[in-house]
Design a protein around this ligand. Structure first.
Ligand code: MN
Ligand code: MN
Length: 480
């Protein structure tokens, strides 16, 4: 594994060196790391769905003086270097920008992460009664190991939208006084048949329904008394009826707040690190951009990555391109399609997504010399994909050299790594969707243990180095 350390002079030897970031981190960086991680935990606890992640990000942006680009689009008010704006897509996807000194045509420096995370969604016709209980039918979202989601406390987050447009937000299970929900599992005493099945088959998707409530309504002639009581409770508390599930987005997520982990508090155990850990550190880097950057800095917080980036709020849509067109229109004297294409092609991007840390408990799945290690810094992944790099956006050696230059100069502790052993599986990010514009893109993010599990584990040093790396990348003036 190629590994660069804080001070470039030290890594100028003949052989590549691998060092734990805690051996080289300065007291200043250590202090800053604590601050950044505290702020991240606060954000993560409030951002448990893509909508919440979006709304919390908008709050932080507005507090830092960013304004909605829609205002400029309406008035035609131009944007000068240093202007700070954001643009939202359906309250789920977000692009935030600090206009640089150079014209947009010179390209942007973009850091793009995603704010959706694997979870369990409630179906559109979910409520039914079985064995004298009201049950909720679910449909999982993203790649999960289903058995991990049984028997843990789940919170219900989301919105009902009435036909007249009225939106009712809901969050049950996060306040310690709230009730939580739970998907049950079979007791080991009776699991002889279940134990014979593979992990993938032991818990079918249709068996992830949960007990919604279990007290019947006190009406003698009422049919489906248990379901009816659940509806009565929902109506009384939220003013919704059974049909309102049709226009609702309700998501079950692990209940509870992020926690520091380990005797030395060096890690964070939480739901949704993938990919709010990169989304937040990118956002925070943009918020901390003190001077006007040479190139326009942009942060993308996008939705639907976990299910292939499709749909209007996914990065396969034209949202990014359209937003860039608006920016070009508002930063130049005359808008042209050619200038837009140049702006996109000349851009540089860090596709900010998580990678898998080497886990000694599952060593056989990894090839250690090309896998990120805990506390070895933010991970740059030249290519993702599976088997023979299939489906990957493979970054060029030339662009990798620029990343080395930027990170080493800024004292960023970083490492490189693939997602596990060749032929063992694979993964992808939004990198290829951005690379199609001809821009230079490489994956760069935080390594995790237990990716996509209800609780994922990440190292604070790696989280901090992601922040530091993203900031250095956005500030970079491309000079060698
Ligand atoms: Mn991800
Ligand atoms: Mn993921």
């Amino acid at each position: 594994m190629k590994k660069t350390k804080n001070k470039p002079a030290k890594s100028a030897g003949l052989a590549a060196t691998v060092k734990n970031g805690y051996e080289t981190i300065s007291p200043t960086d250590l202090k800053r790391s604590d601050e950044i991680n505290r702020l991240y935990m606060d954000y993560l606890g409030k951002a448990k769905t893509e909508r919440e992640a979006h709304n919390e990000a908008v709050k932080l942006l507005e507090a830092a003086g960013f304004t909605d680009l829609a205002l400029n689009e309406k008035t035609g008010q131009k944007l000068a270097p240093g202007a700070k704006v954001y643009r939202s897509c359906e309250g789920k996807t977000l692009m935030a920008v600090v206009i640089g000194k150079k014209p947009l045509e010179a390209g942007m420096h973009i850091v793009g992460g995603h704010t959706d995370a694997p979870r369990i969604d409630i179906k559109q016709n979910p409520l039914y009664e079985n064995s004298e209980m009201a049950m909720l039918d679910t449909h999982y979202y993203g790649g999960i190991k289903k058995y991990q989601w049984l028997t843990i406390p789940l919170a219900l987050h989301g919105v009902f939208v009435k036909p007249d447009g009225k939106k009712i937000s809901l969050k049950i299970g996060e306040d310690p006084a709230d009730p939580v929900f739970c998907i049950t599992d079979l007791l080991p005493h009776l699991a002889a048949d279940q134990n014979k099945k593979s992990l993938a088959e032991a818990v079918p998707g249709e068996s992830l329904d949960l007990v919604c409530s279990s007290i019947p309504v006190a009406e003698k002639d009422r049919k489906e008394k248990f379901k009816y009581n659940a509806l009565k409770l929902l109506s009384r508390r939220y003013g919704v009826n059974e049909d309102d599930f049709l226009s609702a987005e309700l998501e079950l997520v692990p209940a509870g707040m992020p926690r520091e982990a380990g005797l030395d508090r060096s890690m964070i155990l939480a739901y949704g690190h993938d990919d709010r850990v990169c989304a937040y550190t990118a956002l925070k880097a943009l918020l901390d951009m003190k001077e006007v950057p040479a190139y326009t800095s942009a942060v993308l917080l996008c939705d639907k990555e976990e299910i292939g980036s499709m749909g209007a709020t996914g990065m396969a849509s034209n949202f990014f391109e359209n937003t860039s067109a608006e920016l070009l229109n508002l930063t130049s004297a005359a808008y042209s399609e050619l200038s837009l294409k140049r702006a996109l092609t000349n851009s540089w991007m860090l596709s900010a997504d998580v990678n898998a840390l080497f886990d000694p408990m599952f060593a056989a799945a990894f090839e250690k010399r090309n896998t990120p290690l805990l506390n070895h810094g933010v991970c740059v992944t030249k290519f993702t994909g599976s088997r023979g790099k299939s489906g990957s956006s493979d970054a060029s050696a030339e662009f990798m050299a620029h990343i080395r230059r930027i990170f080493d100069k800024a004292g960023v502790t970083w490492q490189t790594g693939e997602l596990g052993k060749v032929d063992q599986g694979g993964g992808g990010t939004i990198a290829h969707l951005m690379a199609r514009f001809g821009m230079k893109v490489v994956d760069c993010g935080v390594g995790l243990f237990s990716m996509h599990a209800p609780m994922e584990l990440a190292g604070k040093l790696d989280i901090y180095m992601a922040y530091k790396g993203y900031l250095a990348f956005m500030k970079d003036g491309r000079g060698r």
